[in-house]
Design a protein around this ligand. Structure first.
Ligand code: SF4
Length: 363
């Protein structure tokens, strides 16, 4: 197929739906890891095309949602300093810290600038040598290569005023944490196609073997997701557990070698706290010692920061697939996109935002 419309064609989706109904005979739960996939599922009402005994569980793959409160508090604290320009992607501005968000800090006079690329931050640092420019780097394996590139560029320019709050998360350790949680019952996993485009499939093969679970690398259009569900259900019906690649138009087994090299050159793994979930071993990236002069968390002193969620936010349970957003008592009442209590209601990849936006339209 060549055009995007074909991946949204209802007749093709219905044909795959029929195939799923033909082979799906028992109760199963499949988790889509990525928040982008959750939004597609809600936007195109894909659950309507699935058997009632097949449950889709929404996973933790929203980088904004899992960024630790502690990092947001530190970003806010830095942004309030006279000599600092904080740069960030737009989604992060409305995510609640323990007492306020970056948008409030900006309204109170903080110099916070939105960027569309990490290299924009390097340019700002070059243009304002009298200021310290701090980039709030969030994301999974997908954004890590570009952020690594920004650090190398700052190094090439010998900038002494460029810093990064490095809040990179890694997906496979989070999958291990989910599969090790006895409260969460999964029969299959739809892996995030863009993460696999960078990292390849080998990490997922290890997980599939170890936990005896089908994993399908999946794209983001409705037909991608339906086809991936079909492949997962087929594996379950045939009692197979392996990694399959639905998203072969971008994912290869080995991934993007150059992107992996640059990640490895600049970053090193460390244990990382995931908001609402807790600390997951080796699930974060920090700057290697060779680049620690750019690490904002090392080069600035911080006051003590809190780590509390507001009100009745159950984002941790949402992010682990233990509850769906409409089961949160604050959903659509105290918590709406205009007044979010938790990160999943803010982000364009957050499950609560997807429910709020599309469930009402589809209903
Ligand atoms: S609806 Fe709001 S309060 Fe409830 S879990 Fe989602 S973000 Fe938190």
């Amino acid at each position: 197929m060549k055009y995007i419309d074909e991946y949204r064609n209802q007749e093709l989706i219905k044909a795959v739906s029929d195939k799923i109904h033909d082979i799906s005979t028992r109760k199963i739960s499949i988790m889509e890891i990525c928040g982008g996939q959750t939004h597609t599922i809600l936007k195109y009402n894909l659950e309507e095309f699935l058997p009632a005994h097949l449950t889709l569980i929404h996973g933790p793959g929203c980088p904004v949602c899992v960024t630790p409160v502690n990092f947001i508090d530190k970003a806010i604290e830095l942004s309030m300093r006279e000599d600092v320009i904080l740069t960030s992607y737009g989604d992060m501005l409305r995510v609640p810290g323990s007492t306020k968000n970056l948008l409030t800090a900006r309204a109170n006079g903080a110099d916070i600038r939105l960027v569309y690329s990490p290299l924009d931050s390097v340019k700002i640092a070059k243009s304002y040598p009298e200021k310290k420019v701090v980039f709030f780097a969030i994301g999974f394996e997908t954004t890590a290569p570009a952020n690594a590139r920004a650090v190398l560029e700052a190094d090439k320019l010998n900038l002494n005023n460029y810093f990064m709050i490095c809040s990179h998360m890694l997906v496979p350790p989070a999958i291990v944490a989910l599969l090790s949680n006895t409260q969460i019952k999964l029969d299959g996993i739809l892996a995030a196609g863009h993460v696999c485009t960078v990292m390849g499939l080998s990490e997922y093969e290890i997980l599939s073997d170890k936990y005896h679970i089908p994993i399908v690398a999946t794209g983001f259009e409705p037909l991608d997701i339906m086809n991936a569900i079909y492949l997962t259900v087929k594996q379950i019906a045939e009692k197979r557990c392996e990694v399959e690649n639905q998203y072969s138009r971008t994912v290869t087994k080995e991934g993007n070698i150059k992107a992996k090299e640059i990640i490895d050159k600049v970053f090193i793994k460390e244990d990382r706290e995931w908001r609402g979930i807790g600390t997951i071993i080796n699930s974060g990236l920090r700057l290697r010692d060779e680049y620690k002069k750019y690490d904002a968390l090392i080069n600035f002193n911080f006051e003590k920061t809190g780590r509390i969620e507001k009100g009745n936010c159950i984002a941790g349970e949402i992010l682990q697939g233990l509850k769906k957003p409409d089961k949160c008592s604050s959903y659509g009442k105290e918590c709406k996109p205009e007044h979010p209590l938790g990160a999943p209601m803010v982000s364009s990849e957050g499950a609560c935002a997807a429910y709020y936006r599309y469930r009402r339209i589809n209903n």
